[in-house]
Design a protein around this ligand. Structure first.
Ligand code: SF4
Ligand code: SF4
Ligand code: SF4
Length: 400
């Protein structure tokens, strides 16, 4: 019997899934099993779109189709957190299993606190994540660093601190720190990210801690909830997956690896936040950068720590482009301590305004003051307002 806290190696029993899936296909096998057995009504995954630079969300109801979501997409920077509230009626009547990275899961918690989705109906298979790069940076990396035509690259992956590409039957790799020193590599929010192993999910799956002779043939699984333990047991009994308890030495190696990655994230935080440490400097930089804003509302629409509506921002700041500073300050206040640093508001800003840097810097300060960790669990934020209808009542609007 599995239990919360168990650490194990897992792999798909079906040779086809093992072959096509990543690291022995355990995640694909678990998702397929959950759908096949009616534990969930559908699987939400991400598959390759037109090319390896195109990550496409896909909702699957046929278990045979789950295999199409196998494999990772380093250049895919989608965030799935708002998907459930926007397109799946907040999971009121639908049970979904989804493969999710840390920022997806954190955003899901913040959405659930804002009553945008029913967590009970979501089975979360967490994917360990070292970071992602934007498709445009990845294309530049291939051309300028690897000197390879991006169109010829069939596969890219991160492995043991290296970016590896496969093209025309050949392979090249480069260390990520070297890449980042040269101005390429992961998005800045990913460099600061401390949720590399998403323990808020039901299971956290990845490569760290895999025994040398099992690399590529098994996934390291940390069981993070009773529901996760139940899924592992059921899949094991049904012959969908095989498992083995993780070796103590590998568990220690995984812990060391996680600690070193977190230390690196702290260094990036220090580097990114120090120019903003004086409030005067921070405000000056915010005013300068936001003066380019074309008020497209993308930063509002994509943020998992905000409600789905842009209406308050339209009502409070009609007309002017660029908008008054208050437009941005309202968003800062609304997100305040709940920013999970997913990077969406920055990456998708058409004017390249470093929105997530500003927001994350505020969140980090508030985290220090109040001890509230955004996206960690269902506890309420210390500052942000969760009850949108009362916050947005016409009386409040008039007062503004
Ligand atoms: Fe991965 Fe964290 Fe970046 Fe999300 S923010 S893609 S979990 S490194
Ligand atoms: Fe302004 Fe950028 Fe936000 Fe659009 S996404 S409203 S341009 S800050
Ligand atoms: Fe993500 Fe930006 Fe919202 Fe923070 S403010 S949660 S970085 S979209």
């Amino acid at each position: 019997m599995s239990a919360k806290g168990d650490l194990l190696y897992a792999w798909a029993v079906d040779p086809n899934v093992r072959d096509k899936g990543e690291s022995g296909g355990a995640v694909t096998a678990l998702l397929t099993f959950a759908l096949q057995e009616g534990i969930v009504d559908a699987v939400l995954g991400v598959k390759k779109g037109v090319d390896i630079f195109d990550a496409m969300p896909v909702l699957i109801t046929d278990p045979h189709e789950v295999i199409k979501t196998a494999g990772s997409i380093y250049g895919g920077t989608l965030l799935l957190s708002k998907f459930f509230g926007k397109y799946l009626d907040g999971l009121k009547g639908l049970k979904i299993a989804a493969a999710l990275k840390g920022c997806d899961v954190m955003g899901i918690y913040e959405q659930a606190k804002r009553r945008q989705l029913n967590l009970e109906n979501l089975l979360m298979i967490g994917l360990n994540c070292g970071g992602a790069t934007t498709p445009s940076t990845l294309r530049r990396t291939m051309t300028e660093v690897f000197e390879v035509d991006p169109e010829s690259v069939m596969k890219e992956r991160m492995y043991r601190g290296h970016l590896v590409i496969e093209y025309d039957g050949q392979q090249k790799d480069i260390s990520i720190p070297k890449l980042e020193d040269a101005g390429y590599g992961r998005r800045s929010n990913c460099r600061r990210c401390r949720v590399k192993i998403p323990r808020q999910a039901d299971l956290a799956c990845g490569q760290w801690g895999i025994k040398e002779d099992m690399v590529g043939a098994a996934t390291f699984v940390e069981v993070c909830s009773d529901r996760g333990a139940q899924l592992v047991d059921m899949a094991l009994r049904a012959g969908a997956i095989g498992t083995k308890a993780a070796d103590a030495s590998c568990v220690r190696a995984r812990k060391r690896r996680e600690e070193s990655v977190l230390a690196l994230a702290d260094k990036w935080r220090e580097k990114d936040f120090s120019p903003l440490s004086s409030s005067k400097e921070r405000l000056k930089r915010v005013i300068e950068e936001t003066s380019r804003c074309i008020k497209c509302y993308t930063c509002v629409e994509v943020c998992p720590a905000l409600f789905n509506s842009t209406e308050p921002y339209i009502t409070a700041f009609p007309g002017r482009v660029p908008p008054e500073l208050g437009f941005h300050l309202l968003r800062y206040a609304d997100v305040a301590d709940s920013c999970i640093d997913c990077g969406q508001c920055e990456e998708l800003c058409p004017m390249d305004i470093p929105n997530s840097l500003f927001m994350h810097a505020i969140e980090a300060d508030l985290e220090e003051l109040y001890g509230y960790h955004a996206g960690e669990d269902m506890s309420s934020p210390a500052v942000a307002i969760l009850d949108e209808p009362s916050m947005r009542s016409s009386d409040v609007q008039k007062e503004r």
